[in-house]
Design a protein around this ligand. Structure first.
Ligand code: 13P
Ligand code: SF4
Length: 373
């Protein structure tokens, strides 16, 4: 298959908010920045660990001590004894790291602008109201599961109601945990991950969407007739993939393999050869035979990393030149990383993410349940 070199100019799509950054850090060139980051890391030594999500830019991933998916990063955070955990990721990940780490460790998010829109689609207050409506309509037990991509107060809510957190790599285990303890699942906030997981477990006709923005259209009595209630949230990046992208790849090269993230729509997941978290996507490409073609349906930075890390495999983006760029992840500009590290060297902690103590304890229960399944 003839594949175009991946040349999309990501800067065309770029929206970085550098305003929180002192002016002297806004225009750093890569060579100088790399030198300064390395110098700061040498001084800080074991006091600092940098965790980088697979969707982070090359300049962040290159400096990370550990790169992985949401689940792997939460395990790394739990196991780290560094004083400072610098999180190359988004707010909910840094919050989770703060919950999991000891009280004397600080979690630093280089830019406070890095907020996942999906996490904002299920606010604890809204969920509270929906919960009251749903539980009033049934005597059966509903177990709430929240995707990691949610804020600490929602994680705390799930713990309080006997539920737990999951990531894309353990959602089916979380469903099993819930059905062992209850009759129904309320899955938040990603309807696609919830639906894909329900299908994987054979619960195909027993799912319903709950749209908190359309209260008239959502009937609680009808909703609780179903086994799985899916909150109407989604990832703006993964929702852009369509089954037509998979068809186009297959038409061009019938030998091409397609792997997608489970945040993609049901029809995309059904059309793909493999579905899995970003760690599964990495492992699949790592284990591919040289010369194989893999079309990747996820955030574009990971596709680019895989192209660099595995030049022997033909790694292509699932939707050609369309730019599947997560603007929340992009906010972790390497200049911000330079700033927070140099501030630590100067004895100042910047952008520390701290979960309120009343939420922390319960949210930890929900995360611990996940780490145990
Ligand atoms: P994973 O790394 O867990 O697959 O999650 C993807 C994602 O969208 C994180 O925001
Ligand atoms: Fe959120 Fe989607 Fe970005 Fe992940 S890729 S951080 S779910 S917007």
């Amino acid at each position: 298959m003839e594949t175009a070199e991946f040349e999309t100019d990501l800067s065309l799509f770029k929206y970085d908010n550098l305003e929180q950054l002192p002016p002297a850090y806004r225009e750093l060139e890569e060579d100088e920045r790399t030198e300064r980051i390395e110098a700061a890391l040498e001084t800080l030594s074991d006091d600092v660990v940098i965790l980088g999500h697979n969707y982070q830019r090359r300049e962040i991933v290159d400096h990370a001590d550990f790169v992985g998916d949401s689940y792997q990063l939460s395990v790394e955070a739990a196991e780290s004894d560094a004083d400072y955990v610098i999180f190359g990721g988004v707010t909910f990940m840094a919050e989770s790291a703060d919950i999991i780490t000891d009280d004397d460790q600080s979690v630093i998010l280089p830019s406070m602008e890095a907020s996942c829109p999906m996490a904002g689609m299920a606010e604890a207050l809204q969920v509270d109201a929906a919960w009251a409506e749903l539980t009033a309509e049934t005597d059966e037990t509903i177990v709430p599961i929240t995707y990691m991509n949610s804020y600490a107060d929602l994680k705390a809510f799930c713990a309080e109601q006997g539920g737990l957190v999951c990531t894309s790599s353990n959602a089916h285990e979380a469903f099993e945990y819930a059905f062992e303890r209850g009759d129904k699942v309320l899955f938040l906030p990603d309807k696609h991950l919830g639906e894909n997981t329900a299908h994987r477990l054979g619960i195909e006709d027993e799912t319903v969407e709950w749209d908190p923005w359309n209260p008239e259209g959502t009937d609680a009595a009808a909703a609780v007739e179903n086994d799985v209630i899916l909150w109407e949230g989604y990832c703006q990046v993964h929702e852009r993939f369509g089954a037509d992208h998979v068809e186009a790849i297959r038409e061009e090269d019938s030998d091409a393999n397609v792997i997608v993230h489970p945040e993609c729509r049901r029809e995309v997941v059904e059309a793909a050869d493999v579905v899995g978290s970003t760690a599964t996507i990495c492992e699949t490409v790592e284990n591919a035979d040289p010369g194989e073609t893999w079309a990747i349906g996820t955030e574009i930075h990971l596709t680019q990393h895989l192209q660099r890390w595995h030049p022997e495999v033909d790694v292509i983006p699932l939707c050609g030149d369309a730019c599947m760029d997560c603007n929340a992840m992009r906010q972790i500009d390497p200049n911000y990383l330079t700033w927070v590290l140099e501030e630590l060297v100067a004895g100042r902690e910047r952008n520390v993410v701290e979960v309120a103590p009343q939420e922390k304890e319960l949210a930890q229960v929900a995360l611990d349940r996940m780490l145990e399944i």
